[in-house]
Design a protein. Structure first.
Length: 436
């Protein structure tokens, strides 16, 4: 059990608010599932560094403070929204402000087979009932249990059989609050057989924001031969703190690709990305590029669970650390007894640009089948002084030489981005985020 001091103000706030909310008929629509989830959270409390999965990511300072549980308004929304534009990208835009679906800022795609709406409007639909809490809530993450219990907002997205979306769906998460704010956002994406789409999620925060703690949970169900290209672009500001959990469930011949990019900005970022391959001939790729600065803390935890035979996974994360920032990578690959003929690859590379930066990396394999091909590894290093000197002797200034070397380091991952506009955008953000 994860122990936690129950006198924490946020814990107390949530306990009181939950009991009050259960009396609200709309909040209590999910009834037993909410109550069961909150009891799990109540028993566990917030995680501490005594828990192995949170050993290097201390959330105690985040949950000690007092937060508003509902936003009292937002400012600078137009400027924030403008900062999320990706040059050259034509996409359907869905906007959430402090977790709340904003229809006046969002597009309404009139696309046959595509249904997008606020998640609270979908709770009575059969597809929602079939998939909601069926995947993420099987984990022991207390932030998932808390999210299930108290969420009120988020995105519900379904793609019907054989539906192929003609352009990306850009989901924009805007954080803007004058008072400290806690949000719980829940997303559910369901792809039926042969459905295909590209989803880009961007996270940004307003300058001068009060402290925010954002708890996001996304469940994704991919039916047979469904395909999803999924991007995370984390660009929150220094007052932003994010705990994200993404749970993916795949069936036969489906493909899930995740491109996880964190840039300088948010003080604390924790991403849990879990992929469950519960059928034969399933494929998944997880790519990550992280550039940290100042005292930023970014923790990426991944699980790729090979449950059936003839599946393939490929994972490559690269971290670039500046100043006194910290990066954590914990990647786990499970190969179950029945998962013969598995092909799994995992790699984590890290470059420290400052002697005060820290990285903790732990690639893991747990293999219970005997006819598999699996490998993993990690590297940690600094700039190659000889390469830097070589570039400078060719007339390239030190700043530009550093940029070239960082681009070369990240290239192995960014070249695999399926969307050229996003790739160029991320590479530009990396260049802008490098300090002299």
């Amino acid at each position: 059990m994860i122990t936690q001091d129950k006198t924490d103000s946020l814990y107390q706030q949530l306990s009181v608010a939950f009991e009050a909310k259960l009396a609200d008929a709309t909040f209590g629509t999910l009834g037993a599932r909410r109550a069961e989830a909150f009891e799990r959270f109540r028993q566990a409390g917030f995680p501490t560094v005594k828990n192995e999965d949170w050993k290097y990511s201390n959330v105690t300072p985040l949950v000690k403070g007092s937060y508003a549980l509902e936003a009292d308004g937002a400012s600078n929304v137009d400027a924030l929204l403008g900062s999320t534009d990706i040059p050259g990208l034509d996409a359907y835009r869905i906007v959430l402000v402090n977790g709340v679906f904003a229809p006046h800022l969002s597009d309404e795609p009139a696309y046959a087979g595509l249904d997008i709406k606020p998640i609270q409007d979908a709770v009575n639909e059969p597809t929602f009932d079939t998939h909601f809490t069926r995947y993420a809530d099987k984990t022991d993450n207390p932030f998932v249990a808390l999210n299930t219990a108290v969420f009120q907002n988020g995105v519900y997205l379904t793609l019907g059989r054989n539906t192929v979306i003609d352009k990306p769906i850009h989901i924009i998460h805007l954080a803007s609050s004058n008072t400290p704010l806690f949000t719980a956002v829940r997303n559910l994406f369901v792809f039926e057989a042969n459905a295909e789409a590209e989803i880009i999620e961007t996270f940004v925060g307003a300058d001068g924001n009060a402290k925010t703690l954002n708890n996001h949970v996304t469940e994704i169900a991919l039916a047979e031969n469904a395909k999803l290209q999924h991007y995370y672009l984390q660009r929150g500001n220094a007052s932003g703190n994010y705990v994200n959990h993404c749970e993916v469930y795949q069936r036969k011949h489906s493909l899930y690709n995740n491109y996880n990019c964190t840039l300088p900005g948010a003080s604390f970022v924790r991403n849990d990305i879990n992929v469950r391959m519960d059928d034969e001939t399933v494929e998944s790729h997880l790519y990550g590029v992280t550039l940290t600065a100042d005292k930023q803390h970014v923790d990426n935890h991944t699980i790729v669970d090979h449950m059936k035979p003839h599946c393939e996974s490929y994972e490559w994360y690269k971290n670039i650390l500046q100043d006194s920032s910290t990066a954590v990578f914990n990647g786990k690959i499970f190969v179950r007894v029945d998962a013969q003929k598995t092909n799994a690859f995992q790699q984590n590379n890290n470059i420290l640009l400052d002697e005060h930066a820290s990285v903790y990396t732990k690639p893991q394999l747990e293999i219970f089948a005997d006819d598999v091909k699996c490998s993993h590894g990690c590297t940690i290093g600094q700039f190659d002084d000889e390469s830097l000197f070589y570039l400078r002797t060719r007339g390239i200034g030190e700043e530009q030489a550093r940029i070239l070397m960082v681009h070369a380091f990240a290239f192995d991952v960014t070249i695999r981005f399926s969307n050229e506009h996003v790739r160029r955008f991320v590479e530009d953000l990396v260049e802008q985020g490098l300090k002299n």
